[in-house]
Design a protein around this ligand. Sequence first.
Ligand code: HEC
Length: 104
Amino acid sequence: MKSLFLLTVTMTGLVFTPITEAASIYAGKAKAAAVCSQCHGVRSTSPDAPFPSLAGRDEEYIEKALKQYRDKTRLSDIMNNIAASLTDRDINNIASYYSRLKTE
Ligand code: HEC
């Protein structure tokens, strides 16, 4: 079940074509909606969810965390896989999007 879910996530990621321009919260939003929100929610996760909420978090923190997952200096089976498919631009866009989201 877990691997089926990850496969779906990966395939969704592949269909999305990265937009090549300066950090775009719109591109970040599309990526977040297609991939990240399945676990992290959009504005918040339910209080008992095992996934940290990303909305309104510090932009640099999100960016740094994703790069650490990508180069495996921070370990998480799930996030290492997901971050591996992200380009620097994806990471900038996503961090830019999530950090600007207001939580309730
Ligand atoms: C299949 C579920 C899943 C998906 C999809 C997912 N994540 Fe995660 N994410 C997790 C889990 C679980 C953790 C906690 C891992 C850990 O312990 O470090 C995490 C942690 C994180 C963290 C660190 C948060 C913190 O408080 O330090 C960031 C940033 C993050 N994810 C970003 C993303 C982004 C951006 C995407 C979409 C590209 C994404 N995640 C997609 C499950 C997921």
